[in-house]
Write a protein that binds this ligand. Sequence first.
Ligand code: ARG
Length: 457
Amino acid sequence: MALWAGRFSKEIDETVNAFNSSIAFDARMYKHDIQGSIAHATMLGKCGIISLEDSQIIIKGLGEILEDIESGKLEFDPTAEDIHMFVEAELTKRYGDVGKRLHTSRSRNDQVALDLRLYLRDEIAEIREMVRKLCKVLVELAEKNTETVMPGYTHLQRAQPITFAHHLMAYVQMFIRDIGRLDDTAKRMNVCPLGSGALAGTTYHIDREMTAELLGFDSPMPNSLDGVSDRDYCIELANTLSIIMMHLSRFSEEVILWCSWEFKFIELDDAYATGSSIMPQKKNPDITELIRGKTARVYGDLNTLLTMMKGLPLAYNKDMQEDKEAIFDAVDTVKLCVKTFTPMMETLTVNKENMRAAAAKGFINATDCADYLVKKGMPFRDAYKISGTLVAECISKGLTLETLPIEEYRKMTDLFTEDVYEAISLETCVKGRLSQGGPSPDAVAVQIALAKEKLEA
Ligand code: ARG
């Protein structure tokens, strides 16, 4: 029998009940539902809205239900409408009339808004910690590779020399910003909808400050219509998670390239790669491809939330029940991806020789060759032209700037002397890029130190 049986003359159709029910996916909020109900019952008792005795029985009963769910003694009823109804019905089953008093001056509308905030607050804390761990792994890898020269790319064309550490620290910056976005999201959503009622507050003299404080919120939400119908925090979180996935996906794309025979900059640990059913030679970076693919899913979740909300009149509408599967999927996907990506990065082998060989081949010191002339007094544009002409000459002769004879250099200008080879050596080119944020080992050491400081904060 449904809770609203008084108003109805028939039982709900079975298909409609299944269609309407959200317990299959909102049962995961059981702990937060109970946590919210305990705070509500505490407040009802302290404010004299129900007796202190009843309030204590409810709190005890809720504690028992929580224990029984966690021990597996109590199973969710799949025909219940949602987790809120399930817990309340169970309490009533156990404590009769006292259980029926729990929902005084409350609605499922403020209850679901509350539960979801409480649930996501915990998830955000977990994801934050996971992203922080990933950053630490990347920083550690960077520390071992501050002298590992590799080509830096633009347009996926070899451009200028950098180090593997410099490249890794770029991602650390992205993930540190992601942590900041998680913190912002958590901060803004940490307000309490409980006490909004169905939409229009309540006639009881409730204490919203008390429940907000009991549940660790900064304050109650100022407007009850907004309290029950705001899902900005889900959208904001889905956005933050989408950006995390975008970063992971870009990184994954590079890992995929680096694992190819064309690059061979890194090798994944066997435990983090897969083989082929037909081609015995294959070692595939499936994890990273899946992360790239799953990024689409999280973007889809964000889009679901934005689209679901866009036409809803105030206040609560049942459309909003769709928020949970979308945000849960985004949360689950990000956790799964970070959890897999982190140890994969932790265990990979860096192929320093191949990185260096690639850096030596692509004329990535052509800018440095021009800068050599500039430092001897030539205007940059003229030096740029000479360096370009020398590159063309090398290509036609199958040489590199390092192997081009000095006579050829001096044909262009006698500003060139033997020391040009030293000036365009990869080591000089990298060490010379000591500007703030640059790839020189010293400059990257500063980036590492700053990142470590931020990650400890
Ligand atoms: N299961 C519902 C949801 O997830 C809870 C709120 C139901 N409120 C209502 N008025 N039917 O949104």
